[in-house]
Design a protein around this ligand. Sequence first.
Ligand code: NAD
Ligand code: IPM
Ligand code: MN
Length: 366
Amino acid sequence: MKYKIGLIHGDGIGPEIVSEAKKVLDAVSEKYKVTFYYQNLLLGGASIDACGVPLTDETICQAKQCNAVLMGSIGGDAMTSPWYQLEPSKRPEAGLLGIRKSLNLFANLRPAYLYEELKDACPLKEKIIGNGFDMMIVRELTGGLYFGEKKTTETDGGKTAVDTLIYSEDEIRRTAKRAFAIARKRRKKVTSVDKANVLESSRLWRAVMEETAKDYPDVTLEHMLVDNCAMQLVANPGQFDVVVTENTFGDILSDEASMITGSIGMLPSASLNETKFGLYEPSHGSAPDIAGKNIANPLATVLSAAMMLRFSLDLDKEAAAVERAVEKVLKEGYRTPDIMSKGCKEVSTSEMGDLLAENLSVMQAV
Ligand code: NAD
Ligand code: IPM
Ligand code: MN
């Protein structure tokens, strides 16, 4: 089989981590005799440098012709990068939001799973970790504060800025359905996170979750306020199966969840619409502080590539092979600096990619 994959190398550590994910995909291609055609696409800072804008119609058009797109992270250091001298709509992040909206990628799946081998890298106490945790955060990605009306007005009393948190029933319902469908294939529990004690949009969110739950009687729905959820994530992470929440809450909670898996460098993501297409990217940013040093953890990107194989290309056994390779390398004690523990062997970004590719090529196919 042949597949066309768009590659967005991105900014900062983006090119370093995407190279390693491509190394792993090349090993998959070699072993399982599937063909991947790659097309490089521009987004974010790299697109500003090449085309003057963070997202072009050409990138959208090229992405639509791919089976899936794998991307590193975009953006730079807001204090030092010239990209942040531009008006907000021309900055790298606007490109990312633009491609999500243009391709209607409303469901952002961010799995937070604690590998047995990374218990030492998890900052939580052993009694809290218990038997580990395995949750899927479903973050609504094309609505809420990110896409509501925003403006700054100037009056005699000084400037006033407004961001609008807006959701329609339809936007909430399609996200709810996705969360329930995912829960059905897991431990059949959905925790819907909102701020219904204060926000009108959250009260609508909660009502639509309740209504949708009627179509999934085999799945248990519970509601949790977002401030409590932030606390529960570090008090008892094992309680969560599927967590569904609006855009901003999901952004913040998924960074928190990433850290309890050992590092933000471990958390992959898939941004999906109603088709097979998906945009796959690590949940972390472009980490300008460590860019170019060959020390970034490429595993979130490699695991995003595994999600791409499974969800967009239907290559289940190939996806499982990548996940097994990650597990094996961790079991053998190899760690990038962010997940390093006593007694382990520290490796660079590229060495981690090499180890994964080698493991894949010698691993028994299942
Ligand atoms: P960040 O996630 O880039 O970095 C936060 C911290 O985590 C830093 O100390 C960084 O070194 C570390 N880190 C991140 N990824 C790592 C990895 N793979 N391995 C080891 N350490 C890693 O967040 P930030 O510093 O707030 O943002 C930097 C830039 O990235 C900003 O321009 C922001 O807008 C952008 N950003 C992009 C995306 C994306 O493209 N999806 C996501 C988040 C942030
Ligand atoms: C993420 C990032 C983006 C977001 C930024 C870069 C716009 O933080 O993918 O988590 O807030 O969605
Ligand atoms: Mn984020």
